[in-house]
Design a binder for this molecule. Structure first.
Ligand code: ME8
Length: 650
């Protein structure tokens, strides 16, 4: 992003979210990334202003409220509470929360409108065009073609009405020049190129008022019009710093250092917004970063699928810092990503529980055991310590560069390479062996000091991403949070603590998610995903033809052996005979309702053409059919009369 002037407040924003939708991980993702930047700069002693909020005007919100029998403001009030509850649970450290229905916002909108009007860039005219209400976007006929709204595919409406226009065409050249001269203005680069080619096709004037509905701010010079919702919404970035209310503060905060947004709203931020600002004679934001799009379990986030990625549910299930870590670690910030619970659990177990969690618990455990719980002072360094220290210092230095590019994933990979290096250092120095010989005591002290200092670095490094975890690391190591007034470059210097502090052994940072619990989570996810789509009546179940049913190969089978799957409470490994002397190995989730002994000899029904799957490392070559009572007890399907293995079931 280039270097901003040091004294200026670091100003970071998220989009203001529409209040007709409920918050989901897409919103959480943008807000979380802004939170990381805000915490990062605060930690380094910079003044920070971090803004998020809600977009409450416009036809979409008005319609949605009407459908629910509510006034728009009632809908907004309800949704705002939900957003705020999620931000609190996610430990979002925003300094302000802007609502476009607040009086201060109206003043800012009036201020920018008048500036643009005075520049001669607003004129009355007649608008005729195609409008997509869900996207609050005008389109040309060429863009719409046969397929409806180019963005969401839904039908567009023809709108013809009197309208005020913004003379956007006048700023085409200046905008192009600005984008060309400031490669950091639109990021990542692929998005910058998209916008460049869009602007090169020519900018038309923009209709910025409407008369067909009234849920919006009035045009200051003509109250019979309401302002186009995007004109209203974008101005929020000026309202909160104080445009129209507090000029001094505004001067200190504006321009924004970075507007973080999803790629869906790039054009509004990288074309409309800078031209509004140019016309108003205000400086442009330094960076607009359009991040990628999340899907869920490989699918577009539909209403029902959103349940399984409800941020509150995720936080409850995995813990807040695991959610924060996963979202920023899983994909590169500019790229699209897929949210999968399997990947989540894998990462949580590998990176957080194993690598980071174990590093802390073994370090603290050894300091407790070998040094009576006091971090020792080091003596001479060997090449191993020098290499580790240099690595830690390099990771600390590298962070600025990553943050300047919003490269959160790269930053986390880099930080966790230090975790891996620390674990390797334990293996190489083998402190448990050093502890056995009195003569190795000084060396042992150096090793444990080095680990404690490495973890102190990790405490600083992880703080923006996982503030609670960082605090726990600090607490277990007996190091205070940042001492007020002590500059970061001092705190972040190797040797910043001399040793001598008492540690406090604590609970594990991240409990592992065991396979059983993972299975339970997957089942819960499947249940939630189905919940909204599940037909309310039985006769509404999707019909299939007999041919489709016949594709499933069902056979009778006899259980010849059964045993528990190690470390699993739910699973049993079964050996079944499926006819013709063939035996199959199956894994079935019936351990809570059947003992292995009770199963041997039973006739059951098995799906024999199911793709093999591995459950807790054991291959399952089919599936046993069973029913479930409302209380969740599993009952195997058997027969009225004994049947030999291998009979067709139909
Ligand atoms: O567009 N993946 O509000 P909005 C990643 N009010 N990010 C996602 C996402 C997904 N699947 N879904 C949503 C608006 N987002 C306007 C903004 S700003 C002046 C006005 C995030 O509620 C992403 O940041 O539709 C996206 O840009 C934003 O939510 C859209 O939120």
């Amino acid at each position: 992003m280039g270097d901003p002037p040091a004294a200026k407040t670091f100003y970071v924003t998220t989009p203001i979210y529409y209040v007709n939708d409920v918050p989901h991980i897409g919103h959480a993702y943008t807000t979380l990334s802004a939170d990381v930047l805000a915490r990062y700069h605060r930690l380094r002693g910079r003044e920070v202003f971090f803004l998020t909020g809600t977009d409450e005007h416009g036809q979409k919100v008005q319609r949605s409220a009407a459908e629910q029998g509510l006034e728009p403001i009632e809908l907004a009030d309800r949704t705002v509470e939900r957003f705020q509850a999620i931000w609190e649970a996610l430990h979002i450290s925003n300094d302000d929360f802007i609502r476009t229905t607040e009086p201060r916002h109206r003043r800012a909108v009036e201020a920018i409108f008048r500036r643009i009007d005075e520049a001669g860039d607003i004129y009355p005219g007649e608008y005729e065009g195609l409008y997509c209400v869900p996207c609050e976007t005008f389109w040309t006929e060429l863009q719409v073609g046969e397929g409806g709204c180019p963005s969401c595919g839904r039908p567009v409406e023809t709108v013809r009405e009197k309208s005020y226009f913004f003379r956007m065409s006048r700023y085409e050249k200046r905008l192009l020049e600005h984008i060309e001269r400031h490669p950091e203005f639109i990021q990542p680069e692929s998005r910058r190129n998209e916008i460049l080619s869009f602007v090169r096709q020519g900018l038309k004037d923009l209709s910025i008022s409407r008369t067909t509905f009234d849920w919006g701010l009035p045009v200051p010079t003509d109250p019979s019009h309401v302002l186009y919702v995007w004109f209203d919404a974008l101005t929020n970035y000026l309202t909160a710093p104080g445009l129209g209310t507090d000029p001094e503060r505004f001067e200190r905060i504006w321009p924004a250092d970075v507007h973080l947004i999803g790629k869906d709203i790039l054009r509004f931020h990288a074309v409309y917004w800078p031209t509004f600002l140019m016309a108003a004679g205000l400086p442009l934001p330094r960076v607009v970063f359009g991040h990628g799009w999340w899907t869920v379990e490989g699918q577009k986030m539909s209403k029902s699928l959103r349940n399984v990625v409800d941020p509150l549910w995720l936080i409850e299930t995995y813990g807040v810092d695991a959610v924060r870590y996963f979202l920023l670690r899983e994909v590169s910030f500019g790229a699209d990503g897929d949210f999968s619970h399997r990947a989540f659990i894998g990462r949580l177990n590998a990176d957080l529980a194993n690598d980071l969690g174990n590093l802390l618990s073994r370090t603290v455990g050894m300091i407790q055991k070998y040094c009576d719980g006091v971090v020792p002072e080091p003596s001479e360094e060997t090449a191993l310590e020098v290499a580790f220290r240099e690595r830690a210092e390099a990771v600390m230095v590298a962070q600025d560069g990553f943050m300047a590019q919003c490269a959160f994933q790269k930053a986390l990979i880099n930080i966790f390479e230090l975790v891996a290096a620390a674990n390797k250092y334990v293996d190489e120095t083998a402190p448990f062996k050093l502890a056995k010989r009195e003569a190795d005591r000084p060396r042992l002290r150096t090793v444990l000091y080095t680990l404690a200092e490495g973890l102190r670095f990790l405490r600083l490094l992880t703080d923006p991403y996982m503030p609670t975890t960082a605090a726990k690391i600090g607490c277990q190591l007996g190091i205070p949070a940042l001492e007020p007034g002590r500059p970061f470059n001092e705190v972040s210097r190797w040797g910043g603590t001399e040793g001598g502090q008492t540690i406090h052994e604590g609970p594990k940072l991240f409990p592992r998610i065991e396979e059983d619990r993972a299975v339970a989570i997957h089942e819960e996810v499947a249940r939630l995903a189905d919940a909204e789509e599940a037909p309310p009546e039985e006769d509404a179940v999707e019909e299939i033809g007999i041919e489709e049913f016949q594709r499933v190969s069902l056979r009778t089978a006899r259980i010849v052996a059964a045993e528990p799957v190690p470390k699993s409470k739910k699973l049993l490994k079964l050996t079944v005979e499926v006819g013709g002397g063939e035996q199959r190995q199956l894994v079935a989730g019936i351990a809570q309702d059947y003992t292995p002994e009770a199963l041997v000899g039973k006739s059951v029904v098995v799906v024999t053409n199911l793709k093999p799957a591995r459950l807790m490392g054991v291959e399952s070559q089919g599936m046993v059919l069973a029913g479930e009572t409302p209380e969740g007890k599993v009952v195997l399907a058997t027969f009225d009369e004994p049947l030999e293995p291998g009979c067709v079931v139909k």
